[in-house]
Design a protein around this ligand. Structure first.
Ligand code: ATP
Ligand code: MG
Length: 400
């Protein structure tokens, strides 16, 4: 289908940081365009770069809100504006602008406006301030009971005159920014059903990192429903980053060994060290370059500086903790914004809460922990866990 202004709607998509990428800019732009095309592949669309703007035409009667939502979810997109394009002629631009405002007024009470004009095409004979003034004049004469307010207008209208056409638009709706997915390697998130790890995964993906997940359970002490909750969380995340491969591993045999052979107050830190070791082995096998956790300094007993040092000492791979310096309320706000919060607060048990010691050590000493571990066949336990890896592919839940 050939999309034009009659059978489609136009959206202007702007990238943020991609524009700053110097020599690599063509690469980032190409990947971003591919991600945008993928995100809206369910609709007829024609998307391409035009100078520093991406022009996206979507055919059919796709509601503007749905289109904006999909586009603004693509990492690397800074802002999106529903727009119209018009021939580069001052009369045509003035008329189109007045019609655009009349159209908006059907839905909204707009009494004041301001025009902001930009002339990217310097060969266009009218300069920006005059374009603004002339378009303002057309609106004043073509729209009843409206006046100009340059300080606090109800409507800020943008006119952008470019080489091939002029564009008229209003809102710049903010996207998540960041970098296009796949431009920054692949990392393995240790994914619980809590609030933090989904946010951590989101933050790394927003920087262009592809994400795989690993989840530990203690079935039958933890329920199948608890695992489904984690799958549901991955499904929401997949709406931003495409299908997520999740590795599911039963930690119970290891937990039982720890409980049988090691001091009770060290259970949590010992379990965490096993999680990290297993995750690192799985990451190596699956070409993930880093581990990611949702840890946040000082939040719980296992997240003191001492505990983090003792946990980290079992792995060679870098461990990313994107939430480390965030406050819990800010993490919760982020979880709400990305749509994982309501799922995360559902009350299902996590394997960490099984065999929870009454008084966990908060300042573990590495030599003591190593001594406790010497009672265990660490290598054998890790290998058995890695061999039991069950792989689940989780597709996006969102159908607009
Ligand atoms: P979250 O909200 O992500 O559960 P939390 O604040 O509850 O984090 P912990 O339970 O101590 O903190 O877990 C710290 C991190 O360890 C989690 O963010 C996650 O990365 C990892 N983790 C915890 N439990 C699991 C699990 N069952 N499977 C995989 N990773 C886990
Ligand atoms: Mg947790």
């Amino acid at each position: 289908m050939n999309l034009n202004s009659e059978n489609s709607r136009l959206y202007i998509v702007r990238c943020g940081e991609v524009a700053l990428k110097g020599m690599n800019k063509p690469y980032f732009e190409r990947v971003l365009l591919e991600r945008v095309r993928n995100a809206i592949a369910c609709w007829d669309n024609d998307s391409h770069w035009n100078g520093g703007l991406m022009l996206v035409r979507i055919g059919g009667d796709v509601p503007v809100d749905d289109a904006v939502r999909k586009l603004s979810k693509v990492f690397g997109v800074a802002t999106v504006s529903p727009a119209i394009s018009v021939e580069k002629d001052m009369d045509a631009i003035g008329e189109a602008a007045a019609a655009f405002v009349r159209d908006l007024r059907r839905e909204e009470d707009i009494r004041t406006f301001k025009v902001k004009a930009k002339r990217a095409d310097k060969s266009f004979p009218v300069q920006s301030p005059e374009i603004g003034a002339m378009v303002g004049g057309s609106i004043l004469s073509g729209v009843p009971d409206i006046r100009v307010d340059v300080h606090e207008p109800d409507l800020k209208l943008f006119v952008d005159v470019r080489r091939e056409a002029a564009y008229i638009y209003r809102d710049k709706i903010k996207g998540f920014g960041g970098l296009p997915l796949g431009t920054n390697g692949k990392g393995l998130i240790l994914m619980s059903g809590g609030i933090d790890s989904p946010v951590a995964a989101f933050m790394m993906a927003k920087r262009g990192m592809r994400i795989e997940a690993i989840h530990f359970h203690s079935y039958p002490y933890t329920s199948k429903r608890a695992q489904r909750k984690v799958e549901d969380l991955c499904r929401v995340l997949a709406g931003y980053m495409g299908t997520i491969t999740m590795h599911v591993i039963n930690l119970l045999p290891i937990q039982e060994e720890i409980v049988k052979n090691c001091p009770e107050d060290e259970t949590t830190i010992l379990v965490r060290r096993f999680m990290m070791r297993i995750a690192e082995e799985v990451a190596k096998k699956t070409k993930n370059m880093m581990l990611i956790t949702g840890e946040d300094l000082g939040q719980v007993a296992s997240q003191t500086v001492e505990a983090l040092v003792v946990t980290d000492s079992v792995v060679d791979m870098p461990v990313m903790r994107p939430l480390i310096a965030m406050d819990k309320v800010d993490i919760m706000d982020k979880a709400k914004e990305i749509g994982t919060y309501d799922l995360s607060i559902q009350p299902y048990e996590d394997c960490c809460t099984v065999f929870l010691p009454k008084h966990p050590v908060t300042k573990p000493k590495l030599d003591r922990i190593q001594k406790s571990e010497s009672a265990l066949d660490v290598e054998g336990l890790v290998k058995a866990a890695v061999d039991s890896d069950e792989i689940v592919e989780i597709k996006p839940s969102e159908i607009v």
